[in-house]
Design a binder for this molecule. Sequence first.
Ligand code: MLT
Length: 411
Amino acid sequence: MARINEHYLKLQAGYLFPEIGRRVSTFTDANPDADVIRLGIGDVTLPLAPAIVEAMREAAFAFGTPQGFRGYGPENGYDFLVKPILEHDFAARGVSLASDEIFVSDGSKQDSGNIQELFGVDCRIAVTDPVYPVYVDTNVMAGRTGPADDDGRYEGITYLPATAENGFMPDPPSSPVDVAYLCSPNNPTGAVASRENLESWVAWARKTDALLIFDAAYDAFIQDPALPHSIYEIDGAKEVAIEMRSFSKRAGFTGVRCAYTVVPKALTGATAGGERVSLNGLWSRRHATKFNSVPYVIQKAAAAVFSPEGTKQTREQVAYYMANAHALRDGLGAAGFTLYGGEHAPYIWMEAPDGLSSWDCFDKLLREAHVVCTPGSGFGAAGEGYVRISAFNDRANVDEAIARIRKAFAS
Ligand code: MLT
C-alpha cells in the first residue's frame, strides 16, 4: 500500500492562482461575451525581447550541427551565463561571489519551494504575512507545521504581519526562529526593503544564528538606485542568507523558465550534535541529484539578457510595466482608493473599498468591472481586506481597467 504524505492533507484549499483561474472560468463560461481584463497572476504579457529571441534561434540552430550539439549541461549552469550574472548582478553592486556559489535553475518558485529540503523538520520557520504562498505550503508539505487554524495560519509557523503601520516591512521576530523568508520588492504588497530594513534582518540572523531566505525575483523593478538589490550588499549577509533571482519578470521568462539561487560558501547550518555543515555543499548535492540543468538554449537566452541590446530591451520592458503601475497608482489614487506598492514593484496593494473582504472585492471586480485581481487573503490572514492588482498587461487594458474599477465603486 502506498501510504501518502498526510501533511498534504493540512493544505488549505487549492493553490491560489489555479483557484482564481477556476473562478474566472466559471464566470466567463456564464458570460462568454465579457471582455475580461486579467490583472491577477503576475504573468508577463510583452513578447520576448529581440536580443533574447536571436540568442535562442542561434542556439537552437547550433544544436542541429555536429559542432554545436550538446548533451547534458553542467548542473549548476554554463559559465557563459554564470559569469555575466556575477559581473552584472553582483560585482556591479560591489558584491563579490564565486561561480560555484551560483546555481542556475528553472525557476525561483521551484527553488524557494525546494530550499526547505536542506533543513531539519523541526526547524522553526517565520514568514511575513501576507506572503508568497509557496514558502508556507512547501513547509506544510514537509511536515514542519501543525494544522491550520480558522484564519488559515498553520500551527508552528511564526507569522510576521506586514501592515500599513509598519510599511509592510515587519521587523525580525522576537520569538525563536531558525529560518525566515523575506521577499523584496515584495510579492504581494509591492513594498520594498530599505538598506536599514535589511541591515536589521541580517543583524538579527547573525545574533540569533538564524538563516534568511531572500527572494529578489522582482529586483529589476527597483527605481531608486540607492536601494539594495541583493541581500549581500549588507555586510555579514553571506554568512546568514540564501538569495533567489529570476529572469521571469525581469526579462519575460515566465514561460521560458530560468532563474538562479545563490548559496554562499560561508553559509552553514548545524547538525543535531552542533557540527557546522556547508549549505553550499548540501544544495550542490541536491541540485546534482535532482536536476539536470536548464536547457542550453534557455541559458543562452538568459545570457542574452546581459548583452548591451538585451539589457536595453529588457529595461524598456520593465519600464513599460512600471509605467502601468504608476498609471494604476495615479488613476485609482485620484479616485480615492487606498493604495500601496507600485513604486518599486509591479504590484499595487489596494485596500478593498467599503469594508469588503478580499474575496468579495475580487467577486465584485470580476462581476461588475470584468477585471481579475488577486484577493489579498489568498496570501495570508493579514492580507484580508486587500486585493493585489498586477501591472503586467498592456497599457490600453490597464487604462480600461482603471476606468472600470472606478465605475464599479462610484457611489
Ligand atoms: C504571482 O502572481 O504572485 C506570481 O506570478 C507567482 C509566481 O511568480 O510564481
